[in-house]
Design a protein around this ligand. Structure first.
Ligand code: FMN
Length: 258
């Protein structure tokens, strides 16, 4: 397939990034560009796509929805009847209305849904839930999904898609302000601040995080070479214990709609 393909994602801990790249590989495109919305600067720009282009857009599932703060950035992306592939990546609990919301957001902005899939990534809160995912089996599934999309694109008449999800969308719970603790082993390397998608961590002192900006994405926790970052907040611990108790045993599998 030689149509221009753009991969668009928000992915603080890289699981969504891995899935959208695997889908692109399966589609066999040799003309790929990337928009990484994890970078705050990329979220302030406008993007437009022509009818003969195709995009893959991937987001993690937060509370059964697409991350709320991301909606304005997604609304900066406009199509002209451009075909789009949607991917929601969730932490082995449930994706609820996220895929439907993602599809609707893009279809309202000039895109036509070509295919959509829900995939599984290690839970942001703990490696005890879906640890190490997407694994080799997940990547193979995502590539297979990409190959199916490439086949669909060869057809003369292309049908629309229906995805799982309900109306009204699941209600967003107000976020409890919190920030990770930083232990004495912090060496002020600045990796956490550089990768923080919300610019919540101070560049001059990595031990300082603005709890009102922090979204608990765990980018800093998972990237810290010293393992100096952890969330100790009571609300965080309660959710994490509940997740381990209920969602660490059974393995959810990817599913897609094409
Ligand atoms: C604030 C927050 C809310 C989350 N809500 C859900 C959820 O509703 N269902 C679920 O299965 N996983 C949930 N997760 C886990 C992420 O969807 C999952 O770990 C995903 O793979 C992270 O993507 P990333 O690696 O691209 O950052 C949540 C994570 C965070 C930080």
């Amino acid at each position: 397939m030689d149509r221009k393909l753009t991969i668009i994602y928000f992915s603080p801990t890289d699981t969504t990034k891995k899935i959208v790249n695997a889908i692109a590989k399966g589609m066999g495109n040799n003309c790929v560009q990337t928009v990484n919305l994890t970078d705050p600067k990329a979220r302030s720009l406008n993007y437009s796509f022509k009818k003969d282009e195709v995009i893959i857009v991937g987001v993690p599932v937060y509370g059964g929805r697409i991350p709320g703060f991301l909606t304005p950035a997604l609304n900066n992306i406009k199509g002209e009847g451009t075909q789009a592939v949607f991917a929601a990546v969730y932490g082995n609990r449930a994706y609820e209305d996220a895929l439907l919301e993602l599809k609707n957001t893009f279809e309202e902005n000039g895109f036509v849904g070509l295919a959509a899939g829900a995939f599984i990534g290690e839970h942001s809160n703990t490696e005890k839930v879906a640890g190490g995912r997407p694994d080799a089996q997940d990547i193979e599934a995502a590539e297979g999904f990409g190959r199916e999309i490439a086949e669909k694109m060869k057809k003369k008449s292309i049908s629309g898609i229906t995805v799982k999800g309900d109306y009204p969308y699941k209600e967003r719970k107000p976020a409890v302000p919190m920030a990770p603790d930083t232990s004495e082993s912090c060496i002020q390397c600045g990796i956490c601040a550089k990768y923080c998608p919300m610019e919540a961590i101070s560049f001059s002192d990595a031990k300082i995080t603005d709890p009102l900006k922090c979204i608990r994405c765990s980018s800093c926790v998972k990237r810290c070479p010293q393992k100096a970052k952890t969330f100790h907040h009571e609300a965080f611990n309660k959710i994490t214990e509940w997740l381990i108790e209920n969602y660490s045993k059974d393995r959810c599998e990817p599913e897609w709609f094409i």
